[in-house]
Design a protein around this ligand. Sequence first.
Ligand code: ZN
Length: 183
Amino acid sequence: MLHRPLIQHCKACGAAVAYRLPDDGDTKERAICTACHTIHYENPLNVVGTVPVWGDQVLLCRRNIEPRRGLWTLPAGFMELDETTAAGALRETIEEAGAHVEMGGLYTVLNLRKVGQVHLFYLATLTDTEFDPGPETMEVGLFSETDLPWHELAFRTVKVTLQRYFADRAQGGRFDVHCADIE
Ligand code: ZN
């Protein structure tokens, strides 16, 4: 069972939908309109963000919005339809932290099957320490591995990405792409 809201009404005509197998040989139940028979396909959403680095420190944002208000996160958010993954990650970094970064390579790809999301984090290098947090952020902080609020992180994907980052650093700084499934 997926832990995400199910579609209740048709996006085309507003009538109720029912989850059933389409007649075309599809093997997954879909939300099908009971009036106009439009099939509503639901696919995972991409969440894109960065690991902004300054020396041996990483920038985190303290969330000013639910869910997980008050906890710390890497800057990240839902990708928009008209942008690339890297452009979305950069946009979120600017919106949430007001940080200036040079984008690096893709670093983690994390599947969250139960919530229907894929989280992608890019490495980024801060070009200065002037920040201007947006309304979604209470405050911005730079943390080294030892003073990082490991028990106050908002999301498991943020924790996995940070753990991987500091482990790669400790082993000489080869930051290969890391793909994992978060269950
Ligand atoms: Zn309909």
